[in-house]
Design a protein around this ligand. Structure first.
Ligand SMILES: [Zn+2]
Length: 267
């Protein structure tokens, strides 16, 4: 399994980078949202068709209800910018699997793999994971990552051209951009900046959805504990967490707490 490192010429970067509305950070973009969502929706459906989707259990209901609460929080967060979520088609599914993982495909397609529920342990832990994944989605990280891969692997073709000329390869690169590259042998970890953005927004979303953002710490501590064992969680191969991740999260908590309304304390 190879790790992808991505290099691109500075000039191209300057031409193609656009500021992201979430952070003002400039993002590389060879991928239109419309095209990426079309591909993503196809690939998500393909994933569901080839995996066991769990329905009708308490766990499956939990994933649906936490997902729906996070979706409402995201919509509330962007209420002054309805254009932003216009093409989103949210979906939250629990998948039977052996890997400790969760991922989001662009356009709001989230999957939670069953073993991660042993680590999230409660609704708030799950809300952190789902909020973090939803944050990767709304921060356009897959667009940015796929743009980098198109430059590194296909000479900087735009997505539509790449899909025409090298459909199989392009679909594999897209999976890697979503954090699902282990399936095709390309592991592309989210960058530190992307992880920080997803943590910051994810904590805000979980807090707005009525889950205590402090619960993120317990989840990460449990995740780090498993990391020391023989089989590190797949989740950490795409969402790297160093020791200081928990310290970074603690710095983000005061902002997230401002959005937190504890449902139990309200009549
Ligand atoms: Zn992440």
């Amino acid at each position: 399994m190879k790790k992808c490192s991505v290099f691109f010429p500075l000039i191209l970067l300057l031409i193609l980078c656009q500021p992201t509305p979430e952070t003002g950070r400039r993002q590389l973009n060879l991928v239109s949202e419309e095209e990426l969502f079309k591909l993503s929706f196809e690939q998500y459906q393909e994933y569901l068709n080839t995996h066991e989707v769990i329905t009708g259990t308490e766990d499956a209901e939990l994933v649906k209800s936490v997902g729906s609460n996070i979706q409402k929080a995201v919509e509330q967060y962007y209420k002054d910018n309805p254009e932003k979520l216009k093409r989103y088609r949210w979906e939250f599914n629990l998948i039977e699997d052996t890997a400790i993982n969760a991922f989001a495909m662009p356009g709001g397609k989230v999957a939670v793999l069953s073993p991660i529920l042993l680590v999230t342990q409660n609704a708030a832990g799950l809300a952190f994971v789902v909020g973090h994944e939803a944050a990767h989605s709304v921060a356009n990280h897959a667009n940015e990552r796929l743009s980098q891969l198109l430059i590194a692997e296909l000479g900087g073709m735009v997505l539509s051209e790449a899909l025409q000329k090298q459909p199989q390869k392009t679909r594999e690169l897209a999976l890697a951009a979503y954090g699902l590259g282990a399936q095709v042998g390309i592991i592309l970890p989210y960058s530190r900046i992307q992880e920080e953005e997803a943590d910051r927004l994810g904590l805000i979303f979980m807090a707005m959805a009525g889950y205590d953002p402090e619960e993120s710490i317990g989840f990460l501590e449990r995740m780090m504990e498993i990391q020391k064992g023989q089989q590190p969680p797949e989740f950490l191969s795409t969402h790297p967490a160093e020791e200081n991740r928990i310290e970074e999260i603690k710095k983000l908590l005061p902002e997230a707490r401002k959005y937190y309304r504890n449902p139990e304390q309200e009549g």
